[in-house]
Write a protein that binds this ligand. Structure first.
Ligand code: ADP
Length: 421
């Protein structure tokens, strides 16, 4: 059976978050970095295309989203989902409104919902107003966001300024009555000429009911929370088997390595904890800036040790060390030098038989993923909340655990090694 749910996410971490939720809800999920260039996917119920379209000019976001949609349509998806941030990050110019309009047009559809609610992460919607924890969106700090300052918590108004048509509301009183009442509200709004509905939601049961009411909607839009109810729709239609183990990954042969370029507090503790049991090598940005010598040293050190088991190569440092390096090299050059080093090291590790990479740091992960030519990942079981094991769809697949900054407990690296595919 082909892909059921085709998702377009407006940034990478949002895509990861959504992919993890779909796996948890029972869909075998693959995530691609950008629009896939080729390939037929087997054993895949949901595909999440990660774009970087949240803050680019609206027309570019529209173009990228439409090309993602075309790929998903060709793959035969039954339903489409446009995922944005649960704080509705956007400006009066877009990109949520213009992208939603373009996707609706392309799908020949004239109604969808916009529901960023995610109660587990303290994002709730009441009377069309988005709350972050106990306060309105525009008092949550988001009003000062450098790129998408959110100064109005009333999403009916916010979306109204971005979109071409009328925005309606399905209020809490309706939502709490459940799926049928919500579905009727959608139909009434559509008949009255509304093209989008902001939908109130205070708890997971509301998201489930809203998701169920969206079963026949070609396009659904929202945060990752609203995806919760969608897999059930496919099960009800007999398209998705209940007994599937959605987080199953293929076994990956090869050696394992931990690469750590994050300097977050959590990562510092994780590095210290791993050093108690495993050999480690520290990269020095000042030496890396002078030439490739330290990369050669790291490889000469790692290659024989890897015959016996995993090792750690890291740049993780305390804030004062980072500051000192940045003062000497400049912030950008310091990061560049280290990220380039990790990229080169990752490539050379493959030559000595490493196929499993545990990487700490968002930017560091990006550098490693690019170096390994990874453009698609199958999502597996969670090592820690928000950090799954994944396997790449390369000819010779890699196993990758990509952890940004503050995720994971002190023993994260050991936990990842213990659960590797
Ligand atoms: P996080 O997810 O914790 O933000 P990132 O990898 O995204 O981690 O960012 C950490 C950045 O810090 C990277 O660009 C990395 O190259 C840089 N960095 C790592 N170690 C050092 C260091 N010792 N000195 C200066 N910069 C460093």
């Amino acid at each position: 059976m082909g892909i059921l749910l085709g998702c377009i996410a407006d940034d990478f971490t949002g895509a990861t978050d959504l992919a993890g939720m779909l796996v948890e809800a029972g869909m075998r999920t693959v995530m691609t970095i950008g629009v896939p260039t080729s390939g037929v996917l087997i054993d895949t119920d949901a595909l999440v295309i990660a774009l970087k379209s949240r803050t680019i000019p609206a027309q570019e976001a529209v173009n990228q989203s439409l090309s993602a949609l075309r790929w998903l349509q060709e793959a035969g998806c039954r339903q489409y989902f446009f995922k944005y941030c649960s704080t509705f990050d956007s400006t009066d110019q877009g990109n949520i409104g213009p992208v939603t309009d373009a996707l609706l047009d392309a799908l020949g559809s004239d109604f969808t919902i916009a529901c960023p609610a995610f109660p587990k992460n303290k994002r709730t919607l009441y009377k069309g107003h988005l709350f972050v924890g106990d306060v309105l969106l525009n008092e949550s700090g988001m009003q000062h966001h450098p790129l998408t300052p959110m100064t109005d918590a009333n999403l009916v108004r916010v979306l109204g300024r971005q979109a071409k048509h009328r925005v309606g509301l399905v209020p809490y009183d309706t939502v709490k009555q459940g799926e049928q009442a919500i579905r009727q509200a959608f139909n009434s709004l559509a008949e009255e000429g509304y093209r989008y509905a902001i939908v109130d939601a205070l708890e997971d049961s509301h998201l489930m009911a809203i998701g169920h009411a969206c079963a026949d909607m070609p396009l659904v839009t929202g945060g990752s929370g609203i995806s919760m109810g969608l897999p059930d729709n496919f099960r009800r239609k007999g398209l998705l088997k209940a007994e599937i183990q959605a987080d199953k990954l293929p076994t990956i042969e090869g050696k394992s390595i931990v690469l750590s370029g994050s300097c977050s507090l959590a990562t510092q503790e994780q590095v210290a904890s791993m050093q108690q049991k495993y050999p480690s090598f520290k990269l020095d940005p000042l030496r890396l800036a002078q030439g490739p010598e330290q990369i050669n040293e790291a490889m000469a050190w790692a290659a024989p040790l890897l015959e016996r088991g995993p090792v750690l190569i890291y740049a993780t440092s305390k804030p004062e060390e980072v500051k000192a390096v940045q003062n000497k090299l400049g912030v950008e050059r310091a990061s560049q030098v280290i990220e380039n080093a990790f990229a080169e090291i990752a490539r050379r590790l493959v030559d000595v038989g490493v196929q499993k990479f545990i990487v700490a740091g968002g930017e560091t992960s990006g550098a490693v993923v690019r170096a390994l030519n990874v453009t698609a990942l199958r999502i597996g079981p969670q090592i820690a909340p928000g950090v799954p094991w994944t396997t790449s769809l390369n000819d010779k697949p890699f196993a990758l655990a990509l952890k940004s900054g503050n995720f994971g407990s002190k023993n994260f690296f050991q936990e990842a090694l213990d659960s590797q595919p």
